[in-house]
Ligand binder design. Structure first.
Ligand code: SF4
Length: 340
């Protein structure tokens, strides 16, 4: 069955030629407002015709956890029974939705629960659009936008689902849908160099984030298998190209792991790696997923960031939200799969 949210409004008009234009607009609005057939004003006749061939609401809330700090974590059920995670972060400067782009992930990063059962499948553009619609509707009026920023930092490597993510960016920024500014979208990659070049050429104004997490290829190989394919030098070259074309600051994500990437040498190497590049370093405390990696203490993380700042590296310690509700990427899904 086709997913109606995979279509833009114009594509929907071409797909549903036997339905009057104003009804097609109602269908599109229903997608954006996360409605299912029975919640719409469509006639029973149109509803039953559509139901035979099309899914209107491909994403539904399966479970919702709310943190003391207001962060909400969702497990979302897809129409084939798979589940993905999404997080709604309440923030003073505008709420943020952190969403998944794949069911699982095949990148195998050692610190990440999303990859524990490998990649199941890619999300379609419409499933990603409906993810936003469902979470938006659950956090205010469904016909208003209740968020400002979207970060592709949930389960999955966005650039490993390149075409669908590109189509989703076009859908979510469309004035007929959520009209999100490209500048309010951040995409996090573990460093698929070829795809970074491809993304640069599309000239989106989105923020590109690199999951760096190590300052040498040797260290990176021990925690991120992708380091066997691309060196840090190759990734940096691709990022320079991205900055050159898009004039956007790139963000390095650096998850501190005790006795692995938290030494004074790492601080100095970070300075060299970021030299001359329009960038910022986001330091994160490891959220243990039951693996063998150990987290640094909060104090050690603060020291690490202070030292980076002292030597002129733009860096901040990212505030951890929702840690009481399996806030880290993939943890809630992994826990639910294990329980079931
Ligand atoms: S950190 Fe990102 S790329 Fe690495 S396994 Fe997790 S979801 Fe995949």
């Amino acid at each position: 069955m086709k997913i109606l949210s995979d279509f833009s409004l114009n594509e929907l008009r071409e797909e549903l030629t036997d339905i009057p234009a104003f009804r097609v607009k109602q269908i599109f609005d229903a997608i954006i407002q996360a409605k299912d057939y029975t919640d719409t004003n469509l006639s029973k006749d149109i509803q039953s015709k559509l139901k035979e061939n099309y899914i209107l609401k491909p994403v539904n809330i399966y479970k919702r956890l709310e943190s003391k700090d207001g962060t909400k974590k969702y497990l979302l059920a897809l129409s084939d029974g798979n589940i993905v995670e999404c997080v709604f972060l309440k923030q003073n400067y505008g709420n943020t939705i952190c969403m998944s782009t794949q069911v699982g992930c095949r990148m195998g990063c050692k610190f990440c629960a999303s990859t524990m059962k490998g990649l199941i499948r890619n999300l379609t553009p419409g499933e990603m659009l409906s993810t936003i619609a469902v979470v938006n509707a659950d956090n205010g009026r469904c016909n208003e936008r209740n968020f400002t920023n979207i970060v592709l930092m949930g389960s999955g490597e966005p650039l490993d689902n390149f075409d669908n993510v590109v189509k989703w960016i076009q859908l979510i920024t469309d004035k007929d849908s959520f009209n999100v500014s490209e500048r309010n979208i951040s995409l996090s990659t573990c460093g698929l160099v070829d795809k970074i070049y491809d993304l640069s050429k599309l000239n989106f104004n989105i923020t590109l984030c690199l999951s760096l997490h190590a300052t040498t290829d040797e260290i990176r190989k021990t925690i991120m298998p992708i380091a066997n394919r691309y060196t840090i030098e190759e990734i940096l070259k691709a990022l320079q190209e991205y900055v050159k074309i898009n004039s956007r600051r790139v963000v390095f994500e650096y998850c501190l792991i005790k006795d692995t990437n938290d030494s004074i040498e790492d601080i100095n190497r970070l300075k060299n790696l970021t030299k001359g590049l329009l960038c910022h370093v986001n330091v994160i405390c490891l959220n243990p997923n039951g693996g063998s990696l150990k987290a640094t203490t909060h104090k050690e993380a603060v020291d690490f960031v202070d030292k980076l700042n002292q030597i002129g590296v733009s860096a901040t310690l990212r505030r951890s939200q929702g840690s009481d509700i399996e806030g880290a990427c993939g943890m809630l899904r992994a826990k639910t799969l294990n329980e079931n």
